[in-house]
Design a protein around this ligand. Structure first.
Ligand SMILES: [Zn+2]
Length: 131
């Protein structure tokens, strides 16, 4: 699966992850959106509600992982991530919008492009997160 013209930071995620897939694209978009909302910081911690590809985007883009204690991976299978900025005491939970998935093109590659280009507020439901 080759996607042409990936954003440079998404390419780095794909290289780390080993392939481009829906999970990793959604993780990438979630990181971008979270940073838009809570701001960039060295002190972001993340709680992932499910295991899976998207967490690799968080490991690469935000340097949050299990080893440095900034990433907690649960296994509730909820399609959501919570991001918490300890500097600003601000957090957000992003849940993948299920409606979005039904609106994607049938073609897998086109669907991936749609995810990359889709405005974040259509991809995710946003809720405050208290950390
Ligand atoms: Zn994957």
């Amino acid at each position: 699966m080759e996607l042409k013209s990936l954003p440079q930071d998404m390419q780095a995620v794909a290289d780390h992850h080993g392939h481009v897939c829906f999970g990793v694209l959604l993780g990438y978009k979630a990181c971008k959106y979270a940073v838009d909302i809570i701001g960039e910081s060295e002190n972001i911690t993340v709680v992932a509600e499910s295991q899976g590809c998207g967490n690799d985007a968080i490991r690469v883009l935000l340097n949050c992982n299990e080893d440095n204690g900034k990433l907690t991976v649960k296994n509730t299978r909820k399609p959501s991530w919570s991001f918490y900025n300890r500097d600003d005491d601000e957090g957000v939970t992003l849940t993948i919008n299920p409606v979005m998935q039904s609106q994607l093109p049938k073609d897998r590659e086109q669907a991936m492009h749609s995810i990359l280009e889709m405005p974040n507020h259509l991809l995710f439901k946003v809720e405050p997160y208290a950390g």
